[in-house]
Design a protein around this ligand. Structure first.
Ligand SMILES: NC(=O)c1ccc[n+]([C@@H]2O[C@H](COP(=O)([O-])OP(=O)(O)OC[C@H]3O[C@@H](n4cnc5c(N)ncnc54)[C@H](O)[C@@H]3O)[C@@H](O)[C@H]2O)c1
Length: 317
């Protein structure tokens, strides 16, 4: 993710990537060279660099809270990858540190900024197709075996597939529809935690079914899809581009601009959602406007909700 974000910074006007930190110097150097950025192997060195005013944290999930708190206390604004933290106590420390320091904190829930999901948000909020009756959100992949020190395989560090991957869809459902009246989860778990999850939520009569996991065979393709059924139409992104179906009209396939990252593959090749989320963070900081599209409290709620989904799966096993 650090490499992906660095590609975005290369494409964003006004942002200079000035310092890269990774405990593996070579990993930081590989990215830094294209940006003329300094390199260090400890967060303390990076925080001592007075040219740094925003810290972007793309560390393993269990390290998010300590790094975020330290950076905020050092007077830097922080954008931190999702999930916010490994547990609620850590998320609370992050929120408290942001409040105490007066520095801003945003969690990078990129799906809120993903063009197709933004179109779905607009369709829902505008009422163009009437009330949203149901929404299926799907996210499946093979286990990501490339993480440093294989930290993703350690449930205590990553929270398993449900917390690492499925939280994207939980966060989006809550972002779109608020707090669910009811949520029921089933799933499967293995030595890496909850690896596949099925959750049904009810939001005042709008039913959302979320399904995802990271236990597909290694050769199977990643899949991110949704199907939204409204009173007067549907929006479907599944096995093809997003298409909007409206009663009495021809289906429309909105044009989605693609900004492809150099050398990236799979579902991570499109800078789109990552570009728009980082641009939003930077623009709001520049103008002093609130980060109201994605508050730390809303990211905390997504964490609380996903942890409850995981608890239900484990309890039922
Ligand atoms: N938004 C998304 O679509 C998305 C996709 C992938 C990952 N993520 C999130 O991004 C975060 C990072 O995931 P990743 O896949 O990039 O992991 P990764 O293992 O590929 O990268 C983590 C990097 O952190 C470095 N690191 C580890 N401990 C360190 C320390 N103490 N000090 C300095 N550097 C250290 C590692 O050397 C490695 O280069 C996770 O929270 C993950 O959930 C988000």
């Amino acid at each position: 993710m650090g490499r992906m974000h660095s590609e975005v910074y290369g494409a964003l006007d006004g942002v200079n990537l000035v310092h890269l930190c990774d405990k593996e110097r070579a990993a930081a150097e590989k990215i830094a060279v294209g940006h003329g950025a300094a390199v260090s192997t400890t967060l303390d060195e990076l925080l001592a660099d007075s040219s740094v005013d925003i810290v972007d944290i793309c560390l393993p999930t269990d390290l998010h809270a300590d790094a975020t708190v330290k950076a905020l206390e050092a007077g830097k604004h922080v954008i931190c990858e999702k999930p916010m933290a490994i547990d609620i106590e850590s998320a609370d420390r992050m929120i408290a540190a942001s409040k105490a320091s007066g520095k801003r904190l945003m969690i990078a829930h990129c799906i809120r900024f993903w063009p197709e999901y933004e179109i779905l948000e607009n369709l829902t909020k505008s009422g163009q197709l009437g009330k949203l009756l149901s929404l299926n959100l799907t996210r499946y992949g093979a286990f990501p075996s490339w993480s440093s020190d294989n930290w993703l395989a350690d449930e205590k560090r990553s929270g398993g597939g449900a917390l690492d991957m499925h939280i994207h869809d939980t966060d989006y459902a809550l972002y779109l529809l608020g707090t669910p009246d009811k949520a029921v989860s089933f799933g499967t778990d293995d030595h890496r935690g909850v690896s596949q999850i099925f959750t049904t939520m009810d939001f005042g009569g709008t039913v959302v079914h979320l399904e995802g996991g990271w236990n597909l065979p290694a050769t199977a393709p990643f899949k991110m899809a949704f199907r939204a059924i409204f009173e007067k139409g549907a929006a479907i992104m599944d096995a093809g581009p997003l298409t909007v179906y409206e009663d009495g009209k021809d289906p429309v396939t909105p044009e989605i601009p693609k900004m492809v990252a150099k050398g990236a593959g799979g579902n991570l090749s499109d800078l789109g959602g990552y570009y728009y989320e980082l641009k939003y963070f930077y623009d709001q900081l520049q103008s002093g406007a609130p980060l109201d599209r994605i508050t730390p409290e809303s990211s905390r709620l997504s964490l609380v909700t996903t942890l409850e989904e995981i608890r239900q799966v484990k309890e039922a096993r």
